[in-house]
Every structure is written in structure tokens, then in C-alpha cells.
Design a binder for this molecule. Structure first.
Ligand SMILES: Cc1cc2nc3c(=O)[nH]c(=O)nc-3n(C[C@H](O)[C@H](O)[C@H](O)COP(=O)(O)OP(=O)(O)OC[C@H]3O[C@@H](n4cnc5c(N)ncnc54)[C@H](O)[C@@H]3O)c2cc1C
Length: 594
């Protein structure tokens, strides 16, 4: 079945749960006209349904090919990409000075969800280009921007992000690719990278590689890494394409999923060295790369949301059609759609609720990142920058974890047919799996959350967020609406667990850091459960208020209630998992090394 973007859910999440409307009303978005959002999403949804979704299965079956040093994508992909770029989708949030539309990142975040849901392997290409644009715009020289930004924003050229080497995965500081200074101010790069997404393809006539490398006199580790822009084809002074640069795909991977997205080994320097141009300053590459990675981490989180929503839609349709058994107590012959069974309802609600929470967390991250650059007040900018930094690892890891969980449930709802490729449920399950691994594994995200984001300012950003979320809980309680059930109580308990666990981790970070690291992953889940529950409750409150145009209040209240009573309710036991994991995980050697 095809994909239909859930526009009203997305708008409620964006405007109310994620706080876009309040930020616009506070003047943080300048003269941005929020009414545009609906029109943009409706157009994106149409393109996704008509053009991208039909190519999803074709790409999965056909995969990609590498012949004579050139990668070709599946039939229909180059044409779809061309149409997508010509329609302006690559430049939604790009800077206007270079041909972008300058719309909020938050609007583009919703679009990214749509591309990912329709065709995750396709959407991954522009996701990386956008990150490249961000890094070049923030750190590149005017000369580099003048040559490359407009083409990247128009989608005429795509970008890659090249960190990984066989010995340098999570530990980027171990990379060995070398850069030598050339007399003309450029650099010659030699070495090889592995697992490079869209490292080569046939959808555009040039590719702009963003490569991390090390100068001969660079300090060891991450302090000695520089970022270089390496075009596949050099660009002449008049903007036309020149000679082929010395960077080639030397292999492609055969993968569990994402078959249509090329994952390349890239070799540089077989013919004297790839010509590269420094971005930012020498040995400051990690700073530039973080700009790129943060953008990409949010994007990958949105992949999790997109694939989860696609899997949900497909499972719901199947559950309405597939007949097995009878509803309890129903008389007579015949069978009912499996949706009547409480266990199937439970799975569908779990899928729906996890997806909705992850969506709003990702959108809230985008709104924070927007306000951090758009607000005029310096304090607002720094507070929201801290909020965006705090939410980024949560958006990435929670959304991609639930992407896999929801796709797993999607297969389960299909029964045996879920294991059979024709239904497509299996493809979502396979495609979702990588999202928890690339752009920094979810374990690395959890460590980032605990050590850098919680630890950064004595937990100030976390406690400020808990205060805000508590206000939502108060509103739920004040509503006295029986439809909320025990939502208020469950969310209050979840926030209390989050508060206590954060304080425990802060103490352990200084006294016993290994204890804090052992609890990082369950902490991220606890955080997401409390946060997601409160954000869904805020959406339900907004939907109850007809003036917000939310409408359909009963539906959103029931969803928030389900999340609070079956998912956020796990927060107290996750608290115990974190605080007890210190001893139980540290006892692992006695088990594992025998
Ligand atoms: C399909 C695909 C596409 C990719 N695209 C790109 C791309 O475009 N560009 C690019 O540069 N890379 C890309 N990658 C690489 C990807 O980002 C890495 O695979 C990922 O960062 C993990 O590195 P690794 O595979 O070396 O695993 P490792 O770093 O070896 O990790 C193995 C396990 O150990 C854990 N671990 C490692 N170090 C620590 C630590 N310090 N503390 C706690 N746990 C730790 C990890 O969480 C993980 O569970 C891609 C990979 C794939 C498979």
C-alpha cells in the first residue's frame, strides 16, 4: 500500500507540541507566515505519494550497481531526483542568499519525515546534502560558498559526509586519511573511507565530498582533524565542470536494508592525491563536522519517525482487512478483522503512540535549533541553543530505536505475511535497522546526553525543561477531564523519576563516571518517555481547545493517555535500571569473561 502523510497530526505536533506557533507569536521567526506550512506539507505529501513511494520497493529489489568506477541507482531514481530538485525541495530551509527558500528548519523537518516515510533510501541523499550545506554555510570561505553553495542548495549537486575508516568508527579521532598542503593553497588528500553513503551515483553530474583528514604535523586524536571539500569534478572559474578529481568509489556494500542507497568505499590519491579545499581552519575539522553531524542526527531521527509511520499505516490497513477469529462474545459464523482483538489494538496503539512522541521530539528539536539562530534576544538564542543541543541525541536515538520497534510490530501484525517480502512490512524492518547505528550509534548518543548535555551546565538545561513539562502536567490535572484517565499522575511520576535520575547521574559523573556511562541508555529512554508523554499531553490540550484548530480532541486525548499509562509509566522502573545498573553492569566481567 502507498503512503499518505498524516498532515493534521504533523501540524498539531509542529505548531503545539513542538512550540512553533508560540515561537512565531513571540516574534522569534521574524516575518515568517505560519500559514505557509500547511501548503508546503500538502505539496510535499503529494510528491512523496505520487513519485517517491512507488520507487521504494523497486529500489529495494534492484539495489545499486558499481561498474567501471561508476555507481548506478535503480530504474527511475535519477529522474525522480531531478524532478524533486527542480521542484525546489532541496532548498526549503536553505539560505535565501544562495537560492534557498529560507523557511524554518522545523518546516523542513516535517518534509524530511515525509521523504523518509515514502522512500527512506531516497531521502537519505538530500539529508546528507543538507548537512553539508549547513557546514559550508557556517564555516566555509566566501570563495568556496560562491562556487558550491548555490548548486548544493538547488540540489544540482549532492553532498557526502566522510568520516569512517576501518579503524575509525565511533572513535573518529583514529582516522588516518592524510592531507598535504599544496603550493596554491589547496590540499592533496590520500587515503580511503568506508561506508560512505551516496559516495557515488548517477543522479547528478557532480558530487561534493566533505572529508575529514589529518595534516602531517597535526596533533593526535580529534584535535588534529581538518575538514576538506573535495569535488568529484573540479569546477572551472566560469562554473563549468573541469577535470575528474582523484576520488573514486572502489567498492559497494551488500546490506541488510537500504538496498537502494549506495554505501561506498572511497579511495583518494591513486593518481597523485585528490584536490581538496579546507573548510574552516586547520585542525578545527571536528567543530565543522559537528555542525554537519547535528543537522544529520536530527535528520536521521526523522528517518526513524518516517519509517515508523509508514510501518504503522501499512499495519493498520492490514489489520482492517485480514480476518481471523471472532471478537470476544460475538455470535454466529464468519470471522472478524484482526483489529477487533485487544492484543492487535495494543500493538497498533503502541506503534501510533511511539511514532507520535518521536515526531514531536524531533520537531521540538528543530524549533529549538531555529530559534537559536533566528531570535534577536541573546539570552533566548543561548537558551534555545542549549535546548537544541540537549534534544538532539534524544531525537536521534529515541526516534530511531522506536523506528525499529514499530517496524518490528508492523511485521508482527502481518503474521506470517510479515516475513514474506511482497507485503513490504519486512522492508521497513530491514531499512529501519541502520538508523540506530549511523550518525553515531545510539549508545554514543546516550553517552553524549549524559556526559555533555546533562553534564554541561550542572544539569541546568535538563531542569529547566522539567519545569516547563511540569506546567503541562498541571494543565492536564486542572482540566479535570476524565478522558485523560491517570495521565496527569503518570506523567508527574515520570518527571519525578527523570529529575531524581538526572541528579543521581550528575553526582556519579564526578564520583564514578563508569556508573553514569552504564546507565546512559536507559536514562535516554526514561528521558524520552517522560518528554514524549508530556509533549503528547500538550498536543491533546491544544486539540481540546478548538480555537487552536486542533479539533478531534478525543483522538489526541486517548493517544496521550495511552502513552502516559503504558509507556511513560515505565519511567520509575527505568530509574531503578539506571541507578542499579552501576553494580549490575559492572559485574558483567564475572559473567562475560568466564
Ligand atoms: C549503511 C551505512 C551507511 C553509512 N554512512 C556513512 C557515511 O555516509 N559517512 C560516514 O562517515 N560513515 C557512514 N557510516 C558509518 C557509521 O557511521 C558507523 O558504522 C557508525 O558510526 C559506527 O561505527 P562502527 O561501525 O565502526 O562501529 P564501532 O565504533 O566499532 O562500534 C561497535 C559497537 O561498540 C559501541 N561503542 C564503540 N565505542 C564506544 C564507546 N566509547 N563507548 C560505548 N560504546 C562504544 C558502539 O555503540 C557499537 O554498539 C555508515 C554505515 C553504514 C552501515
Amino acid at each position: 500500500m502507498t503512503y499518505r502523510a498524516p498532515i493534521s497530526d504533523m501540524l498539531l505536533a509542529l505548531n503545539h507540541g513542538a512550540g512553533l506557533q508560540a515561537a512565531v507569536q513571540a516574534g522569534h521567526y521574524g516575518d515568517f507566515d505560519a500559514d505557509i506550512t500547511t501548503a508546503v506539507l500538502e505539496e510535499a505529501a503529494k510528491f512523496a505519494t505520487d513519485v517517491l513511494a512507488p520507487l521504494n520497493r523497486i529500489g529495494d529489489k534492484h539495489g545499486i550497481k558499481l561498474n567501471d568506477g561508476k555507481v548506478t541507482t535503480a530504474p527511475g531514481w535519477p529522474d525522480a531526483y531531478k524532478r524533486w530538485a527542480e521542484a525546489g525541495w532541496n532548498g526549503v530551509s536553505g539560505p535565501e542568499a544562495f537560492g534557498g527558500q529560507g523557511l524554518p528548519l522545523a518546516v523542513n523537518a516535517a518534509c524530511t519525515e515525509i521523504w523518509s516515510a515514502a522512500n527512506i533510501a531516497f531521502g537519505l541523499c538530500p539529508l546528507l546534502t543538507l548537512s553539508a550545506i549547513e557546514a559550508l554555510d557556517a564555516h566555509g570561505s566566501d570563495a568556496l560558498k560562491a562556487i558550491y553553495l548555490e548548486k548544493l542548495i538547488a540540489g544540482e549537486w549532492t553532498g557526502t559526509m566522510q568520516l569512517t575508516e576501518p579503524q575509525a568508527g565511533s572513535d573518529v579521532g583514529a582516522l588516518r586519511t592524510r592531507a598535504e598542503r599544496a603550493d596554491d593553497g589547496s590540499y592533496r588528500i590520500t587515503g580511503s573511507k568506508i561506508f560512505i553513503t551516496y559516495g557515488d551515483h548517477d543522479m547528478t553530474d557532480n558530487i561534493v565530498h566533505f572529508v575529514l583528514a589529518r595534516l602531517p604535523d597535526a596533533p593526535a586524536g580529534t584535535k588534529g582533524i581538518s575538514l576538506f571539500l573535495i569535488p568529484k569534478f573540479l569546477v572551472n572559474a566560469d562554473g563549468s565542470l573541469g577535470a575528474r578529481n582523484d576520488i573514486y568509489p572502489s567498492g559497494i556494500e551488500h546490506k541488510l536494508g537500504m538496498h537502494a542507497s549506495p554505501t561506498c568505499t572511497m579511495t583518494m590519491g591513486d593518481h597523485g592525491g585528490a584536490i581538496g579545499y579546507l573548510i574552516g581552519e586547520e585542525n578545527q575539522g571536528m567543530r565543522c563536522m559537528f555542525t554537519m553531524m547535528n543537522q544529520a542526527r536530527l535528520g536521521v531521527g526523522l528517518e526513524g519517525v518516517g519509517i515508523a509511520d509508514r510501518a504503522y499505516q501499512q499495519a493498520l490497513a492490514f489489520a482492517q482487512e485480514r480476518k481471523q477469529g471472532r471478537a470476544l462474545g460475538k455470535q454466529g459464523a464468519g470471522s472478524d478483522p484482526i483489529m477487533v482483538h485487544p492484543d492487535v489494538k495494543r500493538m497498533l496503539m503502541q506503534m501510533r503512540a511511539l511514532t507520535a512522541a518521536a515526531r514531536t521530539i524531533c520537531y521540538a528539536t528543530a524549533v529549538a535549533l531555529d530559534v537559536a539562530t533566528r531570535a534577536t534576544d541573546a539570552k533566548v538564542r543561548s537558551d534555545t541553543a542549549a535546548r537544541g543541543a540537549l534534544l538532539t541525541p534524544i531525537a536521534k536515538a529515541f526516534s530511531t530505536d522506536i523506528g525499529s520497534e514499530v517496524a518490528y510490530l508492523g511485521v508482527q501484525i502481518h503474521g506470517g505475511m510479515g516475513f514474506i517480502e511482497e507485503t513490504g512490512a519486512a522492508q521497513h524492518y530491514r531499512d529501519a535497522r541502520i538508523t540506530a547505528i549511523y550518525e553515531g550509534t545510539n549508545g554514543i548518543q546516550a553517552i553524549d546526553l549524559v556526559t555533555r548535555k546533562l553534564g554541561a551546565n550542572g544539569g541546568a538545561s535538563v531542569f529547566a525543561l522539567i519545569d516547563e513539562l511540569s506546567a503541562t502536567v498541571k494543565q492536564v490535572e486542572a482540566s479535570n477531564d476524565p478522558a485523560f484517565g491517570t495521565t496527569g499522575t503518570k506523567l508527574r511520576e515520570a518527571l519525578a523519576s527523570l529529575d531524581r535520575t538526572s541528579r543521581w547521574l550528575l553526582e556519579r559523573l564526578s564520583s564514578q563516571p563508569n556508573d553514569a556511562l552504564a546507565g546512559a541508555t536507559p536514562y535516554l529512554r526514561l528521558f524520552s518517555s517522560a518528554l514524549g508523554g508530556c509533549l503528547l499531553a500538550s498536543e491533546a490540550l491544544a486539540a481540546r481547545n478548538e480555537a487552536n484548530g486542533g479539533g478531534d480532541a478525543a483522538r489526541y486525548v486517548a493517544l496521550a493517555r495511552f502513552f502516559a499509562e503504558t509507556i511513560a509509566v515505565q519511567a520509575p522502573s527505568l530509574e531503578k535500571t539506571v541507578t542499579d545498573s552501576a553494580e549490575s553492569v559492572m559485574g558483567a566481567d564475572a559473567v562475560l569473561l568466564r
